[in-house]
Write a protein that binds this ligand. Structure first.
Ligand SMILES: NC(=O)c1ccc[n+]([C@@H]2O[C@H](COP(=O)([O-])OP(=O)(O)OC[C@H]3O[C@@H](n4cnc5c(N)ncnc54)[C@H](O)[C@@H]3O)[C@@H](O)[C@H]2O)c1
Ligand SMILES: O=C(O)CC[C@@H](O)C(=O)O
Length: 634
């Protein structure tokens, strides 16, 4: 501290529901009345009394008297309580030891709770015993808690205000707490600022009175530029999840501390441009186009999650150029697509869709004409990736002969046979199923001349991407009867949401199964995806891991403790690593680990350092020519 310019800073911190996630008296009640028949009733009485005192609707002393009377607690219950409270310290307090170390002389715990359980918890963080102000229990000769030390100012109404007045601290005073009694310190003119702490409980009345809301300790430390372990508070990270992504993705990200907005629909380019400005993490499925124009407006965007397999809807290069990492879920819904494909091919070979349509109009047509088993038939799979290969195995189990064609060499599974050309596959197959990806070059890979090569009475399925098939040619071949039946799940133009009409020439053609792009839409697949993708993005935000990203050099990094991790993304030009290290050397910063990976266009460097760094180092690193993005992870 510079004594001439800086004032001493004091931090007045509340204990219950602030330092810890819980109200200690509630916990004590749980322990003391474990087997008591009125346990639940008494607990809710205690909770209500606590709330009334915190909201300022009941005098504090009265609330305390009543709570102790209801409790029937004993000294012997305290060790269990202390153990429990130790496990319930607020997450943001646990992760900011640097703050406690730096300001240990001027952090004061001011609580209406009891020293008997507060001292053992907060001293573990380095808080000095003499800086802990709280009440004290009084016990009878059997160790029963009978009352409290009434001479302690904190047991009085307005006790915190009286205490602060007595302490007469000279300097800047910040109060952090969740209750009305914490606000009263500021109201009495004894603090510069009051922060309503809402990590554990949000009391609207208290937040309304506060100078600011601190969603966690990180936020308080960040806005006041104080020593901390987290460079950027997670509650400032905004997440936008579109297209009805499974709720558990939202929950996972909220648990991480992010602000999450979940929308059921996709957004148009203009809507997305408007929304994306303050978004750090975006989650989409197949219907949101993340164009380069949107990316240009995405100033805060760090990571994109495709909650599906396909990433053709994302301008991956534009994202890469701006240092935005993209992840997808390459396996989570593959089984669901395979099951739908199998089901459809059996239905189509039996003419079931046509029968269903007829039966609904009252027509009974019992016949075996054009109705076949799949056993022994030739299944031609185009695109032998994760889905194609899995389909191959299941189809063989049904007794089908599997052929496949892929543009890259793929290992044939089971007895499958690789075809040398697409033409060969088309000419021999009884059932053709498309499982290629949606890259631009795959537009209309199946068109008139390809249908011409197919056998009469072929079954044709596309569960990959709409634009890979020329729909007019498909319609023509269905109407001519050359194609016995078709299963289509994906379309060149798809409605943005469930309210828009589906418009297609394929409507009303018999023996065609039309499904609304639901190959991967099963409860199991959506749950799997909603676990997989958020985990990848969180791991990137927290630790810099890019393993299995679809557009970034892949780094899988070790976990670190007591170190800072700095992330530098730059254009892949010679000499950047040297420049980074020159800056560290010049500033005598010791590197404990360094990891570099590049691809054709960008380089990704992670540097771990085990000492304090100066802001100048950060500025210099940011200013290296060809830097795309620089971030301190922790
Ligand atoms: N209907 C749905 O709901 C749904 C669900 C999941 C996936 N999909 C689509 O299915 C596609 C395939 O998924 P996957 O997990 O198997 O992908 P994948 O990347 O594992 O496999 C795609 C395969 O197609 C091959 N390929 C690409 N272009 C080709 C071409 N012109 N000719 C022949 N082979 C070609 C690739 O080499 C690769 O082996 C996805 O890209 C996605 O578009 C649809
Ligand atoms: O769920 C979606 O929107 C897309 C499903 C599928 O096409 C995929 O690419 O995984």
């Amino acid at each position: 501290m510079n004594p001439t310019t800086d004032k001493q800073k004091y931090f007045i911190i509340d204990f219950d529901s602030t330092f810890t996630k819980v109200e200690a008296m509630d916990e004590l009640c749980q322990i003391a009345l474990q087997n008591h028949p009125e346990k639940n009733e008494r607990l809710s009485q205690i909770q209500s009394l606590t709330d009334q005192a915190m909201d300022g609707t009941l005098s504090f002393r009265e609330s305390l008297h009543q709570r102790i009377a209801i409790l029937e607690a004993n000294k012997s219950h305290l060790p269990e309580l202390i153990e429990k409270l130790g496990e319930k310290v607020s997450e943001s307090f646990k992760r900011n030891q640097t703050f406690f170390d730096t300001y240990k002389d001027t952090i004061l715990i001011v609580s209406s709770g009891f020293k008997d359980f507060i001292v053992p918890i907060v001293t573990k963080f380095g808080i000095k015993t003499e800086n802990i102000y709280a009440n004290e229990f009084e016990f009878d000769e059997d160790g029963k808690i009978k009352s409290f030390d009434a001479s302690n100012v904190l047991s009085e109404d307005n006790g915190k205000v009286k205490l602060l007045r007595n302490l007469n601290l000279q300097g800047d005073i910040y109060v952090i707490g969740d209750g009305y009694t914490d606000y009263e310190i500021k109201e009495a003119g004894l603090a510069n600022e009051f922060y309503a702490f809402t990590e554990n409980i949000k009391r609207d009345k208290v937040v309304d009175k506060a100078d600011r809301e601190a969603q966690n300790l990180d936020e308080f430390l960040y806005v006041n530029k104080l020593a901390r372990n987290i460079s950027y508070p997670k509650n400032r990270i905004k997440v936008l999840l579109l297209e009805n992504i499974h709720q558990s993705a939202k929950e996972a990200m909220e648990k991480e501390g992010y602000q999450v907005e979940l929308l059921t629909s996709a957004l148009t380019e203009d809507e997305l441009i408007e929304k994306i400005k303050d978004i750090s993490i975006l989650g989409i499925r197949s219907k949101t186009n993340l164009t380069s124009k949107v990316v240009e407006h995405a100033d805060r965007l760090l990571a994109v999650g495709a909650f599906c397999i396909g990433t053709n809807q994302i301008d991956l290069e534009a994202c890469q150029d701006r240092g935005i990492v993209v992840f997808n879920a390459p396996y989570s819904n593959t089984r669901s697509v395979v099951e739908l494909a199998i089901g459809e091919m059996i239905m189509l070979m039996r003419g079931v869709p046509k029968s269903v349509m007829e039966m609904h109009t009252g027509k009974w047509n019992k016949s075996a004409t054009n109705s076949f088993e799949v056993r022994g038939k030739k299944l031609g799979i185009i695109g032998y990736g994760n889905i194609g290969a899995q389909l191959s195995v299941v189809a063989e189990a049904l007794g089908m002969k599997v052929y496949f064609y892929d543009i890259v060499d793929r290992l044939a599974l089971g007895n499958a046979t690789m075809c040398d050309s697409l033409e060969e596959l088309l000419s021999i197959s009884d059932v053709i199923s498309l499982h290629v990806d949606g890259r631009t070059e795959n537009t209309n890979i199946i068109r008139k001349e390809h249908f011409d090569l197919m056998k009469e009475g072929v079954v044709f399925m596309n569960l990959a991407r709409g634009q890979v098939v020329d729909i007019a040619a498909l319609v023509e071949n269905l109407k001519s009867g050359k194609i016995l039946g078709a299963g289509v799940d994906v379309y060149p133009e798809e409605p943005k949401n469930n309210q828009e009409e589906f418009i297609s020439e394929l409507r009303q053609i018999p023996n065609v199964i039309l499904t609304p792009h639901v190959g991967g839409s099963t409860v199991e697949a959506q749950e799997n995806i909603a676990q997989f993708v958020p985990h990848k993005m969180i791991d990137y935000i927290n630790a810099g891991n890019t393993f299995s990203s679809v557009n970034f050099p892949e780094l899988q990094l070790p976990k670190l403790q007591n170190a800072h991790r700095l992330m530098h993304i730059h254009k892949n030009v010679p000499g950047i690593l040297a420049k980074i290290n020159q800056i560290f050397a010049k500033n005598e910063v010791n590197i404990v680990g360094q990891y570099l990976k590049t691809n054709e266009k960008i380089g990704y460097v992670i540097t771990d350092i085990n000492q304090k760094y100066h802001q100048e180092v950060i500025e210099e690193l940011k200013n290296i020519e060809d830097t795309i993005r620089f971030r301190i992870l922790y």
